[in-house]
Every structure is written in C-alpha cells, then in structure tokens.
Design a protein around this ligand. Structure first.
Ligand code: BGC
Length: 731
C-alpha cells in the first residue's frame, strides 16, 4: 500500500518551514547583505540586467560564460558571485531554437499532465530530474514553475500550466519547484500574475478585484511559493488593473513582498519592461533586454542611484534579493559547469512514470480496455502516431537527442517562427509501442488524411485506435475547442465504420468531443513527453491501470465559459511577440467569474460539463465511506472494490457556506490500493480556501459549512455539515 498525501504533506512542510525558517533564512540573507555592502559602485547594477542568450538584436556573440539558452546575467567574480545562466522551463531543458548542440534533453509530459497526476511526490521527482539536467548542462536558473490558472481552455499556454484550482496548482507547482531547486539551482515561479490568455499578451489588461485575485490566481502562487520557496518570481507580460505586471506596485511590492514577505527576487519576462521606475514598483532584474525598448536597468539605474536616495535604497535591496536567492540555493558553493553526466535512461524512466500516472481514461464502454495482447487486427489511424510524440510550442519546447521527427510550421517567416512549430519528439512512436505490446497482431497504420482510406482500414480491423491531436503554443490561443484539420470528422467516420474505436488524445487543453457516444473508449494522454508512446501503449494494454484525473474542466460548450468569445480573438493578430501599437489595450474582465474559476464557475451556474475537474476512470473500482469532518481535517475510508491494484484521487470539496452554495476543492490525496485493500485517510482542509478575502485579511464567517467527498467536482458523496466559529488572520 502506498499513500501519497498532498494536502497533508503541505501541512507538514509548513510546520517544518516555520520551525526552522528563522535559522535557515537568516544565514543567506545576512550573507547577501554582507556581499551587497562590499559591492563597488560599478558592480552594483551588474545583477540587475540580463540578455536573451541567443544571437538576436544587439547580441550577436554571447559574452564569456554564457550558454545558448533563455538568458544570462554576468556574475561578480571578485566577490565570488556566480553568473546566472538561465534555461527554460517547466518541462525540461528547452532546446533554445536549436542553437545549443548538447545532445537534447529529457522532456517531461506537459504541465497540465503533471497536474493530472495529482501526485506532488512524483511531480517533485520530475522537477528534480529536469533540474538535474539543467545543472549538468551548465544552467543554474531554470525558468520553471508556470502556475497561472486556466481561466480559459483556449489559452495557448494551458499545456504549460498545472490546472484551474489554486490549491491543486499551488501544491503541485510547489513540488515541481522543490524538485528543481534540490539541484542547488534557482527555479522561478511564473507568470505573476493573471496572464490568462496569449491573445494580446503584451497589452492585455486583466481586470479583477483584490478579493477575487487573492482567492484564486494569487492563492495558487502563494501556496506554491510557501511549498517550493522559489528563488525568483517572473512577472508577466500583461497588465493587472491597468499597471504592467512587471511594474505593478500592488502585485510586487504589496502582495508579494509585503503581505507574503517574499525574500527572493522578481525578474521580468522577456520583453515586459518599459520604464526604469519598474524598479521602484518592485522589479529586481530586467531580463532578455534585447526584447525591451532599452536597457532601463544596468548603467542607467546605477547613475540614477548615484543621485536619488530612493533608487539607491532600491538598488541595494535588488542586489540583496538576488544574492539571497543565490545563497539560499547555494549556487556559489555548487558551481555549474556544462558537460556534466546525465543518466538518460534513468531520466527517461522518470518521464515515463509521470506519463503513466498522468494519462486519464475518459470513457471505457463495455470495458473495451484494456486490450487483449492477443488482439488480431488493429488499425492505428492519424495523429502522426507513426512518427513521434506531440509537444507544445514556444519557449518551453524541449528536444530529445536528434531534434524533432516531424515539424509543422505555424509561424510563417517571422523571426520567432522556430518557436511556433508543431513538433513531434523523436521518441518511440505510439505505433511502434503498440506493435511491441501486441507482437502477434496485424497492426496497420494510415495517416488519417483521407477519410475514405481510414474508414476502409477501420472496417477491416477488430480494434481501431485513432490518434487525435490539438497542438498548442505560447503566443497563440486556440480559436475554439474543436480538433483541428478535420479530425472530428475523421473520428466520426471511423467510429461509424467500427464501434470498437478507441480515441487517444494528445492535447494541451480541453477539447470538444461531438463523437464521444459513438466511440468505445477515450484516453487523454496530454503531451506525454519522451516516453509517451510507451506510456500510452501501457494503458491501452493494461500494464498501467490509469490513475490520472483531469486537472481542468472540459466544458460541454464554449457557452459555458465566462467569456464565450475570447477577448481580442477578432481584433488581435495571432503572433508570438504581438507588441501591439503604442497605447493599445485589451481589457479582459475577470470579475465576471471572480474567484469562481473552472469547476467553481460551473457549480455557481449549475452547468454540467463534458468532463469535470477530477474526473478519471480506472480498470478497478473504488468505494468511499465513513466521511467525517470537523472543518479542519477530513477522514474517510477508501476501498479498492475491484480485482486489480490501482490508484484513485480522493477529493474533498466545500459545497456550502453560511452565505450560500459555494464549491471549492479543500483537500485531495492520491491513494494507491491493492485489490480488496482499504485505507483510512486523514487530510487537512486548507482554511484559506473556505475563507473570504476582505479588509486585508482572510475571514471565516461563523455558521454552517457543508463538505463532501468527491470522485470529481460533479460527483459528490453525502455532505457533512459543521459549524465553524468566526476567525480571521493576516496573509
Ligand atoms: C516566456 C517565458 C520564458 C521567457 C524566456 C517568454 O517568452 O513568456 O515563459 O521563460 O520567454 O524564454
């Protein structure tokens, strides 16, 4: 029996941090102050300015010590301060448009797949793996920890983020960051905050009330920062309530540095700075300077600090914060050097384990899955299943050794076209993995480009497996949730020809499934990473009992979304940089749903989704009983009532508060059980999730609170009602 606690781990971690926090933190901070005080005037601005470390704009040759990657900030050798070598991102060491020739890296499944594991311990191991590769390649800063909530499934970066719920996203992002930083390198958390769509990302203004933000997106960051202690926070491109996120007094100085007492540093996103006074608003480091109008930090900041005491004090603080992150993660004691050893086989196994635990079984009519290994005739159709594994586009793109096995261009001839390519990882293709699982079967493959041909194959097969893909990228949102390039029609036709049709989805986000009822089974494999083919085949043939649960709601239609039309979709040209014209604004009103993101919104509107948050089937069955709660913790029994071992994710939801109906995920835990095994589980309830934010405090109002154990956000067991006294506390 293996029991993996999410919320419980959070509580333990919090206790451990608070008891030793003072002594753990004092040393690096004191050391940071001492180093800062030794800086000569000419050294003071060094750490505040970084380049994008590829030949672009003014940077044609990289400075000494820099590596091709996301960015570079020179160190101060006289003081033993290391240079900062930065690589993207949350899913592995990014390939940096192919400039770096170092044999590729191990791609984890996408962020939303990490979210689908609901397993912080596994995600921490994934983080440790990618952070280890970053270190071995010479990077000491990893731009990981993407934790923006999915406010819209069309957001092009949904695949990079974890999910839609602040507790779930916060715990898992915190675990990823902990893993990355266990290598004595810095991880970021990003993009702070409310960067909820890519359309118009450089000029979009997210409008939201303080309370709604604190109870949703900001809470995800807060929990992840508490759990993961990232050395750096990357602020977003967008504006929040009128001010650029990277020059946003409220977000940076008030929420992050004052209310949360964050001691690390804030780095800008690449091309997100347009004024020197962002320093006063809380920005500590300007990154990727070639993408900004000019280097505001660096020399300009230094000369301003010479005459202006406000800037002087700020510059000292900026240095201390950057040095604190360096010392807290011991970058100085464990210097990085390119060419370190990487155990590729071991790392691939970690990626595969994450993929195995992230795949969600959405439909399994008449128990068609798992497939018998003795199956005779299998037709595999579509999705480049003969070629490789789909991955997401943009700065987070990771290449396996040898680059991509297929590339579909979406970026035209723009300078960032290489980032806007639909790439298939040069990994074992699902077709080959299926053939390996069923060596005696006759397995055919057709591209699916021609429906007639696919239908003919389907008619002649015992089982049809259709692979269908939805590619996503940073920089461009999805216009809708249909499968592109006619794949919906393909599935419809194939399923009509053979009812034993199994659909395997590789998607970054939710998709519509107009064909759902006509299929025998549906598997959501996300972008499953470097061993995705093996993981998919293992689920199809039952070597893995699927335990992934959706980390995002799949809406029944776009009309269920708070914004059925994506703001700017008709007026803003999709592209990567999309700086807009001077003064251009696009306001997105997040006060429509407020903190009721995703399943919370559906509960408020009484919508039934296509598939709700937390949904996922198994090849075994689970029974839940004895649910009890006092509002502080919940206990219940889970039993594996089926015939094979498997894991489930127990979810506890708030369903009602004294002020009315309110649905909130308050705790979750993945539980793995042998057939017939039962387990009594106790989880703590995250109190910020049941509270309101008002008057600069969290407030629990007195009265009756109802809680329920849920298999998912829409399948809740009987409620338990408890009376809670009034309480409030500062952030
Ligand atoms: C992205 C960041 C990334 C940075 C550096 C930006 O385009 O928004 O997530 O870390 O580039 O590559």
């Amino acid at each position: 029996m293996k029991l993996r606690s999410a919320a419980f781990g959070l509580a333990c971690a919090a206790i451990a941090v608070s008891s030793s926090a003072a002594s753990m933190e004092a040393a690096p901070w004191a050391k940071a102050v001492a180093t800062e005080q030794k800086m000569k005037p000419a050294e003071r601005a060094t750490l505040t300015l970084g380049i994008m470390a590829v030949p672009y704009g003014a940077v044609v040759n990289l400075p000494a010590g820099a590596l091709y990657g996301a960015g570079f900030i020179p160190g101060i050798p006289r003081l033993g301060v290391p240079a900062l070598t930065e690589t993207d991102a949350s899913l592995g060491v990014a390939y940096a448009s192919g400039f770096r020739k170092d044999g590729g890296a191990t791609p984890l499944p996408s962020g939303v797949a990490l979210g689908a594991t609901w397993d912080p311990d596994l995600v921490r191991r994934g983080g440790a793996m990618i952070g280890g590769e970053a270190r071995a390649k010479g990077f000491n800063v990893m731009l990981a920890g993407g934790v923006n909530l999915m406010r819209d499934p069309r957001n092009g970066r949904t695949f990079e983020y974890i999910g839609e719920d602040p507790l779930h996203s916060g715990i898992l992002a915190g675990a990823l960051i902990t893993g990355v930083q266990s290598n004595h390198i810095i991880s970021t958390i990003k993009h702070f905050a409310l960067n909820g769509q890519e359309t118009g990302r450089h000029f979009l203004n997210s409008r939201i009330s303080d309370a709604a933000a604190r109870e949703s997106d900001l809470l995800a960051f807060q929990i992840a920062i508490e759990n993961g202690q990232p050395g750096a926070v990357m602020c977003g491109y967008n504006k929040v309530n009128g001010a650029q996120a990277c020059g946003n007094e409220y977000l940076l100085n008030k929420v992050l540095k004052t209310d949360w007492r964050y001691k690390g540093f804030v780095m800008s996103d690449w091309g997100a700075v347009n004024a020197i006074d962002f320093a006063l608003k809380g920005l500590d480091q300007q990154s990727g300077v070639q993408l900004d109008p000019k280097p505001f930090f660096g020399a300009d900041l230094q000369s301003l600090a010479a005459t202006d005491p406000l800037y002087r004090a700020r510059l000292a603080d900026m240095n201390r914060r950057i040095l604190y992150a360096i010392y807290a993660n011991r970058l100085d004691a464990f210097p990085v050097k390119p060419g370190g050893l990487i155990d590729k086989a071991a790392n691939a196994r970690v990626a595969e384990q994450v993929a195995r635990e992230s795949i969600v079984l959405l439909r399994n009519h008449d128990g068609v899955l798992p497939l018998a290994k003795s199956a005779k005739r299998i037709a595999v159709i579509g999705g480049y299943a003969d070629t490789g594994i789909l991955s997401g586009g943009g700065s987070s793109q990771v290449h396996l050794e040898g680059g991509a096995s297929a590339v579909v261009s979406h970026g035209g001839l723009s300078p960032f076209a290489s980032l806007l390519t639909e790439q298939y990882l040069r990994a074992l293709p699902p077709l080959d993995a299926i053939r390996a699982m069923a060596p005696d079967a006759q397995v055919t493959f057709r591209s699916g480009d021609y429906i007639g041909e696919a239908v003919e194959q389907a008619r002649n097969a015992d089982i049809v497996i259709v692979f269908a893909n939805q590619w996503q990228t940073e920089g461009i949102d999805l216009p809708d949730l249909t499968l592109p390039r006619g794949q919906d029609a393909l599935i419809e036709a194939v399923a009509a020809a053979n009812p034993k049709t199994i659909v395997v989805l590789q998607t970054g986000s939710a998709v519509a499934m107009p064909w759902l009822e006509r299929t025998a089974a549906v598997i959501e494999a996300w972008y499953p990473g470097g061993r995705g083919g093996q993981a998919i085949a293992s689920v199809l043939f039952g070597d893995v009992n699927p335990s992934g649960r959706l980390p995002i709601t799949f809406p029944a239609s776009l009309n269920q979304l708070p914004r059925p039309k994506l703001d700017g979709s008709d007026s803003v040209e999709p592209n990567f940089l999309g700086l807009g014209t001077p003064g251009q604004t696009l306001t997105v009103d997040y006060d429509i749903e407020g903190s009721d993101v995703g399943y919370r919104w559906n509960a408020r509107k009484n919508f039934t989704s296509l598939f709700p948050l937390g949904f996922g089937l198994s090849f075994t069955s689970f029974e839940y009983s004895d649910f009890k709660t006092d509002g502080v913790r919940a206990t219940f029994t889970v039993r594996n009532s089926g015939k094979r071992a498997g894991a489930t994710v127990a979810q506890v939801y708030l369903t009602r508060r004294p002020d009315g109906k309110k649905e909130r995920l308050v705790a979750f835990q993945k539980v793995e059980l042998a057939a017939g095994e039962r387990r009594l589980v106790t989880v703590p309830i995250e109190r910020r999730v049941i509270a309101d934010w008002a008057n600069s405090k969290w407030n629990v109002r007195p009265g009756a609170y109802a809680f329920a154990l849920g298999e998912n956000a829409e399948k809740l067991g009987p409620t338990q009602t408890v009376r809670l006294p009034t309480s409030s506390w500062a952030p």
